[in-house]
Design a protein around this ligand. Structure first.
Ligand code: 3H9
Length: 693
């Protein structure tokens, strides 16, 4: 066996050369791996006893792509593109033997081999678009030649992987290996040699791309199909252009187009933001005082209190992950309705072909409804999801203390209330934690984990594990009103409400926030949720815009009038002069003088409010690091990924510039805009939030 580099070896078995890569955790194609492949091919070609070459990986996966940590650093030769030129030109049969994930540069490496084989659990994908990039080592030119331009478009511009059976079906792998991968790959190599199979390079395989030449509708239709989902992102369009190049240009020219567009994306701020988010999402679950070996509880059965929208959504998360769930309500009709909604949601998913009827039955079989809290005696974890009322929550936790097993986790889904106060109702505050799901709970990825003063490390560590099992992105925060996400949200709401009274029309504010990259503006969202959510006729006192709208019968989209009016059956908001007048009259009564507000001011007021509040949250130790706040805003509030989150955005603008504007706002609007001491400190030290991650 020859040690090619510290992570690559070349060995020979039955006349077959095996280049084995071992670069944990995911065999990313860093310098030593790239050099290992290049040197391995070189030596294997020179070695007469080697008749065919297999590239195979140790550990949990084949190569998961280029080493993202190397991006932005000075390049170190050989680049992946150069290595793949060597591989592509190899005169002996080359075979990629794949397990785990062949992603990005990993799949591009495999595509540069003559043949690919994989185990049945392997996944294949070009997810570069999710990092704001495109496959930059020939993937955009080779994949369409193997699977055809249509399939390649979805794999490259959407970036979702395909499983091995599909890879076999579309021709991406030549054989699916049952049993041991190495043995299977060796047997395949021998077959290739025995049959003297044609060694046609993928780069010369033009049939599928030529068949699509001139069919511009392929690209027009694809662009239309992704337009809504990819609004604001640069990379998807560049991905489409490269596949167009594959169809319309010779291989070498297509490769050059790929290179140019790749470099353009790589140097842009969107990819920097998306790469930052990739690592931030992995960092967020790492809590400095919770080491990996912290003891954890075994959670098998979960109780959920409240079968409303929130409780039902939370239940579905657990059922999807195979947990048994007991759902508690106070009245049979509430319970029936809650159970019915869960079933209906699954049926809808099944009707779209995303799960089978058996899956629906299997998940529903995990669910039991009850009217008795006593039925939570045997659960390992309870999540209370009743409405936001401290007295009610305290009463429930007091009861749970008497009912639940001594080591059960007692969690509250409160979105604002004091978790310590709730915990104090029990004799085991160390078992109490906040698990703040976001609505709709079965869809939104964020889970704010609220660590109480006395929450034990075991309970926190277990909650982090559970979050991963139910496919949530957890962010650990401390106790304060609204925790991290809603506290920041409240500061934006304060500005949105003020801007409205100062004279910015609702549709201007909505347009600016939408154009910034959020899925919708605040007033369209209010109309969608219903203006009367949390409002009551008895207590309404005409003291806010919401009061006056609700008092005049405007309830939002559901009754066709809110901040906007809506035509019957339509969700398109139409600005309503009547509402504009109501708001103007209300503002005048409050002493506001109407003025023109610029789009730039709306962005700064709304976004800098988030940044300033985020900094205060960090200062108080409520969040672990700035990137956690970014993860919260991306996964819970629709912040556009390509802007990296509010704290990343502050650094992008320049924290010094942000501070100058915050100070101007303080002079104009007062105390609310007092700059966070942390921002002043960072600016005085010439630093940004990035220095705290
Ligand atoms: C590319 O290939 C560009 C080329 O087209 C052109 C080049 C010229 N690099 O996610 P996990 C780390 S772009 C560096 O927790 P899982 C990750 O940070 C690349 N590090 O595990 C984590 O580190 P830590 C295209 C990487 O089992 C650890 O590995 N490829 C990379 O849940 C474990 O990761 C992609 O975009 C990397 N490429 O999921 C694939 N990948 O332990 C990105 C992972 O310190 N990766 N790490 O926190 C993934 O999708 C998932 O990591 C994977 C494993 C599915 C592979």
């Amino acid at each position: 066996m020859i040690q090619l580099t510290e992570v690559a070896t070349l060995s020979v078995q039955d006349g077959i050369g095996l280049i084995t890569l071992n670069n944990p955790p995911v065999n990313a194609l860093g310098y030593s791996v790239r050099k290992g492949i290049a040197d391995g091919i070189d030596q294997a070609v020179k070695d007469d006893q080697i008749k065919a070459i297999i590239i195979i990986c140790e550990g949990r996966t084949f190569c998961a792509g280029a080493d993202i940590r190397e991006f932005g650093q000075p390049p170190k030769d050989p680049g992946l593109g150069d290595v793949l030129v060597v591989l592509d030109a190899c005169p002996k049969p080359t075979i990629a033997a794949i397990h785990g994930t062949a992603f990005g540069g990993g799949l591009e490496t495999a595509l540069s081999c003559h043949f690919r084989v994989g185990v049945s659990t392997a996944q294949f994908g070009l997810p570069e678009v999710k990092l704001g990039l495109l496959p930059g080592a020939g993937g955009t030119q080779r994949l369409p030649r193997v699977v055809g331009p249509e399939k390649a478009l979805t794999m490259i511009a959407i970036g979702n992987p395909i499983p091995a059976p599909e890879a076999l079906e579309v021709g991406l792998i030549d054989e699916m290996i049952e049993g041991d991968l190495k043995e299977g790959a060796l047997a395949f190599a021998k077959k290739v040699l025995a049959e003297n199979r044609d060694l046609k390079k993928v780069s010369e395989n033009n049939e599928k791309v030529e068949a699509a030449r001139g069919k511009t509708e392929i690209f027009d239709n694809f662009r239309k199909s992704i337009a809504r989902k990819t609004r604001g992102f640069d990379a998807p369009e560049s991905c489409v252009k490269t596949v167009e190049a594959a169809v319309n240009m010779p291989f070498a020219e297509g490769l050059q187009t790929e290179r140019d567009l790749f470099m353009e994306l790589m140097s842009g701020s969107q990819s920097a933001a998306q790469r930052y988010v990739f690592f931030a999402e992995r960092q967020v679950a790492k809590i400095p005082d919770i080491p990996k070996d912290t003891p954890q509880l075994d959670i098998k059965k979960v109780g959920i209190i409240g079968a409303g929208t929130m409780g039902g959504g939370i239940a579905m998360n657990f059922m999807n992950a195979g947990y048994r769930v007991t759902l508690v309500e106070t009245q049979q009709d509430f319970l029936d309705r809650g159970l019915g909604v869960i079933k209906k949601n699954y049926d809808i998913t099944a009707s779209k072909g995303k799960m089978s009827a058996d899956d629906v039955d299997q998940r529903m079989s995990l669910l039991t409804g009850t009217l008795s809290l006593e039925d939570l005696a045997d659960v390992d974890m309870v999540i209370e999801a009743v409405y936001e009322n401290m007295d009610l929550k305290k009463e429930i936790f007091g009861k749970l203390d008497g009912i639940c097993k001594s080591d059960a986790i007692l969690a509250t889904n409160t979105s604002y209330l004091d978790v310590n106060e709730i915990a104090a109702q029990t004799k085991r505050p160390e078992s109490v934690i906040g698990l703040h799901f976001f609505s709709p709970a079965n869809v939104m990825r964020l889970l704010e984990i609220v660590r109480g003063e006395k929450t034990s490390k075991t309970v926190l560590a277990t909650s982090l594990t559970i979050a991963k099992k139910i496919k949530k992105v957890p962010a650990v925060v401390g106790v304060c009103f609204g925790f991290a996400g809603n506290r920041m949200f409240s500061s934006r709401k304060r500005e949105v409400d003020a801007l409205l009274l100062e004279g910015a029309p609702a549709d201007q504010i909505d347009r600016v926030i939408f154009d910034f990259g959020f899925p919708m503006g605040p007033f369209v969202l209010s109309d969608l949720i219903g203006l009367d959510l949390g409002w009551s006729e008895e207590t309404s006192s005409s003291s806010s815009v919401r009061d006056i709208l609700c008092e005049s019968g405007r309830r939002g989209l559901k009754n066709g009038s809110g901040f906007y009016k809506y035509e019957a059956g339509s969700r398109i908001p139409i600005p309503d002069p009547e509402v504009t007048k109501m708001i103007a009259d209300f503002a005048a009564k409050q002493g506001y003088e109407k003025r023109e507000v610029s789009d730039d001011e709306i962005v700064q007021r709304c976004i800098y409010a988030l940044i300033n509040e985020g900094a205060k949250i960090l200062e108080e130790g409520i969040a672990v690091r700035p990137s956690d706040l970014d993860i919260i805003w991306i996964n819970g509030y629709g912040w556009p990924v390509y802007l990296g989150g509010p704290m990343f955005y502050a650094d992008l603008i320049g924290l010094d510039k942000v501070l100058v504007t915050i100070k101007e706002f303080e002079a104009k609007f007062g105390e609310d805009w007092k700059p966070a001491a942390l921002i002043e400190k960072l600016v005085s030290e010439g630093k940004g939030f990035k220095d705290l991650n």
